[in-house]
Design a protein. Sequence first.
Length: 546
Amino acid sequence: MFSYVKQRISLKYIIITSTTFIFVFTGLFLWIARQEERFILEQVKKQAVILHKQIVLTRQWVSDHRFVLVKKQEGKSSNPFLRHPEVTDVHGTVYTKMTPSMLTRQLSDYAMEENLYSFNLTNINALNPENKPDPFELDALRLFTSGGAAGMSRIENHDGKKVFRYAAPLIITDSCLSCHNNKNYRTGDIGGCISVFIPFDEAQAAITKNNFFLFFTMIGLTGSVVLILFFFTSRLIFTPIKEIRAFTRQMKIEELGDKGIEVDGDELKEFAGICYVVDKTLKNRHNELEKKIAEATRDYSDTTLSLKKANRELSVLNLAKTEFLSDVSHELRTPLASIKGAADILSRKGSCSDPTYLEIIKKNTNHLIRTIVDFLDYSKIEAGRLELSIMDESLTDIAKEAIDAQKTDAMKKGLKVELDASVDDCTLPVDRHRIYQVVSNLLSNAIKFSFDNSRIRIRISKIRNDLKFSITDQGHGIDDAHHKFIFNKFFQAPREDGMADIQKGSSGIGLAICKGLVEAHGGTIWMESKKGRGSTFIFTLPMPIH
């Protein structure tokens, strides 16, 4: 049984929790029972105090009138301590004088007959033997005469029954001295005490009943709390622990086989033991893996060195390729220029019977020259060998020059080119030839892709410390999907039928050259376009800070 409990954390939890709650609720039960008993005793004591005060007030009233006359009963003797204890009226009726002490005795007798309570007047030097003090009253009188307390109470067995006894001193007043002047009393002295007897059976029954009710309530509360706590703890803790135990056992079988460890303890100890063994196994595997990683790292380092060497070789080859393209472009440009010159001469002299062929030679030669120039410029930009001749130039003048150069092409399509230069001073340090190349390329594209009889607007403005150049056409526009590729070399936006819109005389690197030239001046170029709403190409150039 003990070994079974030892292997189950839930049983340990129930035992520990139940023991703890039993201990706590037992202490709580004893404390509450004690408080209830004190409360009932206080209530009984308050009744005794009130009863004592009523008796004292009654005695005081009789004492203030010295005595009261009560019709004498047959067989009852009058007070032998009075000189004239009886009085007869004119009708012969005999009355006996009733003193405070006699009244106290008769009231006590009446109360005892009703089984309610009783009280007694006593004194150390009592003349009436019935009023002699018992041990409790004697202790009370000694306490009162010594000035120790104003009242005394305790529970005693009286005639086989438990009673609550209360005694308080009886103080001598002026009215008392009229009868007790021969005892050397003074006002304020203690003339004795009145002790009250109150049956304690009902109070004891109430205490016992409350204790039984409280006891079974505490048992039910303890059981309920333990069951509720166990229910929720089982759901939140024990069930997951059970699942973890099943999982760890399965993991033990998979990782360690049937030769795994056996743990003498509950689920958590078993889990901890398995984790220890698994951790040890994993560490061994980790060490083996680290060795393999170290070997792979050495291979990776060798591979990295090889890749770096290959990359350097590729860089050298790329540079050689760029230089080769530059040289080839330069070499092709010279003979093509000669061809163009010869064609021009033939055209002027009219030596050819059909000048159409000469025009074809001239037109294609111009196309080859522009293409080669574009490739030459782009190869310089890509190789970082572009040289700029910086001088203070007017961007407005450059724009006007480009407009004048392409006015004929614009008129052929019925296009209206507007220039809006809202800046007073458009002068800034640039390479005039290169910026003209950018403006001319953007204007050429705008003319090429604009609808006939539409408008092209060029605007020059200032944004903070930059000059902003924008050119807007009213053409087909460019779909959003192609915006990020528009400045890539050899890229051309496809037509609506999906085919590339290859234009005669276009190499596909014009916008890439524009981007490189603007960025070489420290500027930025971008475009804004919506399909069917035309396009706007914008670039900014930094102005000098004075």
